[in-house]
Design a protein around this ligand. Structure first.
Ligand code: CUA
Length: 311
């Protein structure tokens, strides 16, 4: 899977603005740097008269005070104008999503609209292109920071308050996001994906997510479902359509349909589920899920097969 995570490869209008600002700053900085180096070489090679002229009070005032004051004011004004649009009120048809940072994953909620019920998922945000998306950012433990470099700048998630970020994807694709504020030992393993889809595809996906989990089909999957409900998984995880309604950990209703598991730490595959259940404290030390080392391999395989089937 190709996922972009690059400030200089924008897939959304905010990231485009930031990239433009970055390039203008880089070009301006380079021009000034070359000018200063040029003057230094010129002074080094020139005679005594030239050096005296370059050292005049007037030139020092113009080059050392006036020039920076004018240039920096102009760049600041340009930057404020360029990014000021972000302060406007959200568009009326903006899609609203809530994302909560938790050590070390992302709880994602699509609030209920009209008759459509709320959807809770994790570590993956799907959005339509060409439509403004307003994300409310919160945290339940420490400060995290929401950053999808290819789509927008970063905004902190602070306990006790709600911050907002807007995304406006302009081209379809998979964009990687990363927690950008140190939040504990596994901070580096707190990533996620934003998948930008054509609006019709997005609506299809949303309709699918609203459905409860599909029941198990094979004997192995059925055994897995039984184990999920009997070994304690349901104490922390919810799977809509089953009695599992835990809210401590990620909602797993459609976990098999996500791109990754454990906040973009492992690829989505049955082997990853088995590994995560048994070795999660090795993969992501101190995460809140206990390692289920007591399960024999055949039971692990059944649980993994069941979870992977939850598309
Ligand atoms: Cu969450 Cu760093």
């Amino acid at each position: 899977m190709e996922a972009h995570q690059a400030v200089l490869s924008p897939g959304g209008s905010d990231a485009e603005t930031i990239a433009t600002l970055g390039w203008v700053m880089f070009a301006g900085g380079s021009a000034i740097f070359l000018g200063v180096i040029g003057l230094a070489v010129y002074a080094h090679l020139g005679g005594e008269t030239l050096r005296r002229r370059l050292a005049s009070r007037r030139l020092v005032f113009v080059g050392g005070v006036l020039f920076p004051a004018v240039t920096l004011t102009a760049l600041l004004t340009y930057g404020l104008i360029l990014t000021g649009a972000r302060l406007a009120a959200p568009e009326a048809d903006a899609l609203r999503i809530e994302v909560t940072g938790e050590q070390w994953w992302w709880r994602v909620r699509y609030p209920a609209t009209g008759d459509a019920p709320e959807i809770v998922t994790a570590n993956e945000i799907r959005i339509p292109i060409g439509r403004q998306v307003e994300i409310r950012l919160a945290s339940v433990d420490v400060i995290h920071s929401f950053w999808v470099p290819s789509l927008a700048g970063k905004v902190d998630m602070i306990p006790g308050t709600v911050n907002r970020i807007r995304l406006h994807a302009t081209r379809t694709g998979t964009y990687r996001g990363q927690c950008a504020e140190y939040c504990g030992a596994a901070h580096a393993l707190m990533a996620f994906y934003v998948v930008a889809l054509e609006p019709a595809q997005f609506e299809d996906w949303l309709a699918g997510q609203r459905q409860p989990a599909a029941g198990p089909l094979t004997a192995l999957q059925k055994q897995g479902e039984g184990l999920f409900l009997s070994t304690g998984c349901n104490g922390c995880h919810a799977i809509r359509g089953t009695p599992a309604a835990g809210t401590i950990g990620p909602d797993l209703t459609h976990v098999g349909g996500r791109l990754s598991i454990a906040a973009a730490t492992l690829p989505n595959a049955a082997a990853s589920f088995a590994r995560w259940i048994r070795d999660n404290q090795h993969i992501k030390p101190n995460n809140r899920m206990p390692a289920f080392r007591i399960l024999p391999d055949d039971q692990l395989a059944a649980l993994a097969a069941y979870l992977e089937s939850l598309k």
